[in-house]
Design a protein around this ligand. Structure first.
Ligand code: PXP
Length: 239
């Protein structure tokens, strides 16, 4: 049965917009867990635009399910991960000017570096996930680099403008998930998933975990965090 992991970055985005102390992503994480989330995710960006170092430390102290730190594969972040000890790390590409993560990591561009980062994290007892496009060549490289988990980038699927485009892009996600599963990797999926477009994943039982942020926080603004999470958990548990 699939699990839902909730990304609380955009609770911090609202806080940072005012430069004060609320809303608190740590409280949001606790409410998400009470509502059935089985993981909490935060992305500590190099520019600290939403999640701050203190949030990460507090999340490490309070998250009772599984804490997943999204980060760039750079020395500063590897050091922070090893000091803080999240249960898992997801390696993502990071560009200063992007509004959100725009594409999967190009693991093939520098496999030696990624293998070395994965090895350092794993030596610290941290599970390593790579966020990649639904591209079988990238997925094979994740396996070669020692990744434990592959998170398939679902953003292109989520942005499809027509049903035909959605079907085609979902097929790519499906094939990528099957390839990852065949290589013995655990499979996650995320980016741009919402209460409607996630329904197609019922066809894809190999996905172990969904990583969802924006649509849940957006709904939470209107109906509250617990209800927003409960409604997404109900969808995921139906797969
Ligand atoms: N997975 C990864 C690797 C991400 O970078 C993000 C966005 O922070 C998500 C999942 C969640 O995407 P969304 O906020 O669109 O649900």
């Amino acid at each position: 049965m699939a699990r839902l992991a909730v990304n609380v970055d955009h609770v911090a985005t609202v806080r940072q917009a005012r430069g004060i102390e609320e809303p608190d992503p740590v409280l949001a994480a606790g409410l998400a867990e009470l509502a059935g989330a089985e993981g909490i995710i935060c992305h500590l960006r190099e520019d600290r635009r939403h999640i701050q170092d203190r949030d990460l430390r507090l999340l490490r102290e309070t998250v009772k399910t599984r804490l997943n730190l999204e980060m760039a594969a750079v020395d500063e972040m590897v050091r922070i991960a090893l000091e803080t000890g999240p249960d898992m790390v997801t390696l993502v590409p990071e560009k200063r000017l992007e509004l959100t993560t725009e594409g999967g990591l190009d693991v093939r561009s520098d496999p030696q570096r990624y293998a070395q980062v994965a090895q350092r994290l794993k030596a610290g007892g941290i599970l390593v996930s790579f966020f990649v496009d639904p591209d079988p060549a990238q997925i094979e490289e994740v396996s070669t680099c020692g990744g434990d988990i592959v998170e398939i980038h679902t953003g292109h699927y989520a942005e499809a403008k027509t049903e035909a485009e959605a079907v085609k892009r979902f097929q790519a996600v499906k094939e990528a998930a099957a390839a990852a599963h065949d290589l013995g990797l655990l499979v996650s999926a995320g980016h741009g998933l919402n209460y409607l477009n996630i329904k197609r994943f019922k066809e894809l039982p190999v996905v172990d975990e969904y990583s969802i942020g924006h649509s849940i926080v957006a709904r939470a603004v209107l109906v509250g965090m617990e209800r927003a999470v409960r409604e997404m958990v109900a969808l995921v548990k139906d797969f």
